[in-house]
Design a protein around this ligand. Structure first.
Ligand code: SAM
Length: 234
């Protein structure tokens, strides 16, 4: 069975119990049987080879046969603070950020923002992180933080902070290459207000452009992620 299953609890005395959603997936969709071997991951870096010892419709239990720390994280740690788009575009953005190795996503509250990151929406995004991690074989879950204001985000003081803004300065790849941690700040469809741009610049943030075309929020976020997380060739 090549699919991967998320473990929301660590093994206890070498045994794991899958949560209801993963158990249903194993039992009903994968038609798993006792004795099958499956791969589990705990979201903090460990991958497990698990033999199933009990398969119920809502509860599947297995024994850990092997475990190993397997990192598929990006060398550079990227936090993206994003004024989230609406509806399905949020889920798509999350999925691609997970695939590209973004470490942390902060829903950003802005003056012209359209989507309010309420608790239920954040929960949905966290579930989407798990689904994407299963698919792309990432073993560490991307963190989806609670919503933050620009002021809160700017207070985090990363090595390099970049506010993406169409009329900003040209982006300098060397700045990114030299940093271990990068913060990228992406605005809403209506863009950042002049006041927000000035606030970021005053806090030491570089205000940078990704070129002459206006990108949608998701495109800007993923372009930033590719610049930071994809390692250059030799
Ligand atoms: N009319 C808005 C403006 O001028 O800011 C367009 C906003 S754009 C649809 C949404 C967000 O994506 C922007 O706030 C910015 O963070 C980012 N973005 C889009 N195109 C960009 C570009 N060419 N350079 C830098 N950031 C860009």
């Amino acid at each position: 069975m090549s699919e991967r299953f998320f473990l929301d609890q660590p093994p206890v005395a070498g045994e794991v119990t899958f949560d209801e959603a993963e158990s249903q997936h194993l039992a009903k969709v994968m038609r798993a049987n006792v004795g099958d071997m499956v791969v589990g991951f705990d979201g903090v870096g460990i991958e497990y080879q698990i033999e199933l010892i009990s398969v119920g419709k809502k509860k599947v239990i297995g024994t850990v046969r092997q475990q190993e720390e397997v990192s598929r994280e990006a060398a550079r740690q990227l936090t993206l603070a994003v004024a989230l788009p609406k509806g399905d575009r949020q889920r798509w953005l999350i999925e691609k950020c997970v695939e590209l190795g973004v470490a942390r996503l902060i829903p950003l509250l802005t003056q012209r923002g359209v989507a309010q990151p309420v608790e239920k929406a954040i929960e949905r995004l966290r579930r989407a992180v798990i689904e994407a991690s299963k698919q792309c074989e990432r073993n560490v879950l991307m963190e989806v933080a609670e919503g933050q204001t620009l002021e809160q985000v700017l207070a985090s003081q990363p090595e390099v902070a970049l506010m993406l803004h169409p009329s900003g300065d040209a982006i300098q790849p060397a700045t990114i290459a030299a940093a271990g941690q990068v913060l990228g700040i992406i605005g809403p469809e209506g863009g950042f207000s002049e006041e927000e741009v000035a606030q970021a610049a005053a806090a030491g943030c570089q205000v940078v452009s990704l070129g002459p075309r206006i990108l949608r929020v998701e495109t800007a976020a993923l372009a930033m992620a590719s610049l930071v997380t994809i390692p250059p060739g030799p």
